[in-house]
Ligand binder design. Sequence first.
Ligand SMILES: Cc1cc2nc3c(=O)[nH]c(=O)nc-3n(C[C@H](O)[C@H](O)[C@H](O)COP(=O)(O)OP(=O)(O)OC[C@H]3O[C@@H](n4cnc5c(N)ncnc54)[C@H](O)[C@@H]3O)c2cc1C
Length: 390
Amino acid sequence: MSDRTYLNWPFFEPRHRELSAQLETWSAKHLAHVPHDELDRTCRTLVEQLGTDGWLRHAAPDPAQPGASYDVRTICLIRETMGRYSALAEFTFAMQGLGSSAIALAGTDAQKRAFLTGVRAGERIAAFALTEAESGSDLASVATTAVRDGDTFVLNGGKKWISNAGIADFYVVLARTGEAPGAKGLSLFVVEANTPGFRISERLSTIAPHPLGSLEFKECRVAADRLVGRAGDGFKITMAALDVFRTTVGAAALGFSRRALDEAVARTTSRQLFGAPLSAMQATQAKLADMAVAIDASALLVYRAAWTKDSGAERVTREASMAKYFSTESAQRVIDSAVQLCGALGVLSGHPVESLYREIRALRIYEGASEVQQQIIARAVLADTDQPRR
Ligand SMILES: Cc1cc2nc3c(=O)[nH]c(=O)nc-3n(C[C@H](O)[C@H](O)[C@H](O)COP(=O)(O)OP(=O)(O)OC[C@H]3O[C@@H](n4cnc5c(N)ncnc54)[C@H](O)[C@@H]3O)c2cc1C
């Protein structure tokens, strides 16, 4: 059983501890054996189940409550806990939140009612389409266009590496509307999956299977009321969404790390080597100690960022970047140590640490690669000084 003493840290309120206990029980019952064949069907079933059992109510604010916003600590606790049981369930939960985040942050009341209600009930699947083949880390270079034509916008272009491509009911798409060059000329649009001129042009298979693919827009016409926020504000809204969700990527990585440590402890205390448990060796203990320290440090950064946002900070860019950067990078090392401690068992297909070893890799790349996070953190450090530091 993973350490739960962190729930007593002052970042949390009694309702967080209550939710965490309920989710632990629910996850043990429903997420212990999530199948990985029939990927699309499994993800659809997970969305339905997460909706029916109420967990998706935390992925997006309630449109019926004016002024409702995210509780980032709750999203982090859910991603961390689900990440410990099933990376696919964790991904499914996260995408409902991230996919609908622009609507939650900048949409009209009508858009919120039309899309968030279904997302929270598990009846509509969301996707967030930013990246293109030639525009990943440098999002300001997005080339997909949206041209105003009367009461509509006409989209042309393509997106790549889009989670939930093929199973989503709607896609929030970043496109160039041209109010200004670069980042200030981008806008966001909701495109429903059945819109003429829109299609999934390919499905992509990665190291840890998730629904993923490319989108194509050919003279794809959407009503002007599908514009999310103001024209030209697409980049700004996207950054505000990442300000919330980057911290929660760190939380998912934290859940993966906790599971890796649990597996390593279980294996090293039961495996007999040279007449004693593997855990009795000092080299093993040094590894376990480093894993435990990395986990607590990640948790402190993740929940510091989440608490700061929940306490009303307008932006938590530095804190969120630190949480994502440190937690995902250290999870890679923690999981690698768990694989090493498990020996051959650690690379056996389907063993929990083997799956985690594949699952963690993409978290260091998406929603801003680690190098992008370093750049953001360094900028914040340098902005705090009058003179460059020597
Ligand atoms: C599993 C998965 C799911 C995804 N889901 C989505 C999704 O739902 N929606 C969506 O829009 N996108 C999604 N993406 C795309 C993801 O956001 C991009 O892959 C990411 O932004 C990086 O872009 P890129 O792959 O084009 O890499 P590039 O931009 O080509 O960068 C390559 C590498 O360059 C380095 N680098 C980048 N910037 C800097 C810098 N400033 N300084 C130094 N080094 C740098 C980093 O090491 C980076 O990994 C997903 C990707 C994966 C793998």
